[in-house]
Design a protein around this ligand. Structure first.
Ligand SMILES: [Zn+2]
Length: 271
């Protein structure tokens, strides 16, 4: 089974706010990583090609990769998109809608600490320019697997309606904040019409991966060039699908308990 690296980025900047700094890659490192991908012979495909393959559609090229960006930082517009356009690379951008800047107003609000975030205008422009698939990343960046059935409506349903209203077409791909989902969350995702869900898992995806729990590899500020190099070769991580570990299940139980007590524990800030 061929390993498909689905790279997960957040911010690409030289001077990020401290809370997202561990998940921020400098523009120079980002350019080097794109060079590394090209040198390795990987073919970067749009996320929807991987999703189609997982739906039983056309097979992926032998060595495929996908680029994804979570949260909706403004540097995607000024730094990332130009680099991708120069190289002709597609990417998926997952937007936390409550953090988006509306024209002349303040964002609706999210759990993300302050940072320069994309505006609705920039998101619409990226959508029209092509090459960037806009997806949802919830409304407030909540840990979805700790929420009630009804609370999921605002995070999964409203987020979709907001994006589709602005873009004027259907939006199909979702990425779970912090990568956290559950069987209930994934069921709600399908009910609201999302056709895929990106998790984190720190593993390679594959043509046999779970459509609603696509594995990704987080690229961090301290991801060593050798580690990234190994990922481009399909080495250094497991290949999904594989069973959820006891540790992951125990960690979810603890987070739910704390959320139920009104004292949620934070996951990785921007993941
Ligand atoms: Zn996120």
């Amino acid at each position: 089974m061929s390993a498909v690296p689905v790279f997960l980025y957040h911010s690409v900047a030289d001077d990020p706010p401290s809370w997202i700094a561990p998940f921020t890659v400098s523009p120079r490192a980002f350019a080097e990583q794109l060079d590394r991908i090209a040198d390795s012979g990987l073919t970067v495909v749009p996320l929807h090609r991987l999703v189609a393959a997982l739906h039983g559609g056309p097979r992926l090229p032998p060595r495929a990769a996908v680029l994804t960006f979570d949260d909706g930082f403004e540097d995607f517009f000024w730094t990332v998109a130009p680099q991708l356009a120069d190289r002709g690379l597609p990417a998926a951008l997952f937007v936390t809608t409550g953090a988006v800047h509306p024209p002349g107003g303040a964002p609706e609000g999210s759990l993300l600490p302050p940072a320069p975030m994309l505006s609705w205008r920039q998101i619409a422009d990226l959508d029209v320019l092509g090459g960037v698939e806009i997806g949802g990343h919830s409304r407030t960046h909540a840990q979805l697997d700790t929420l009630s059935w009804s609370a999921l409506d605002a995070e999964i349903g409203y987020c979709k309606r907001q994006l589709e209203e602005v873009l004027g077409h259907e939006v199909e791909s979702f990425a779970y904040p912090h990568g956290y989902s559950s069987a209930v969350v994934r069921r709600r995702l399908r009910e609201y019409g999302w056709t895929s869900g990106c998790a984190v898992r720190e593993a390679f995806s594959s043509g046999a991966d779970d459509l609603l729990r696509i594995a990704r590899l987080t690229v961090r500020a301290d991801t060593a060039p050798e580690v990234f190099h190994r990922w481009t070769l399909g080495q250094g991580a497991r290949v999904a699908p594989y069973p959820e570990s006891v540790r992951t299940r125990a960690w979810r139980g603890y987070r739910r308990l704390r959320a139920g007590l009104g004292r949620p524990v934070g996951g990785p800030a921007g993941a």
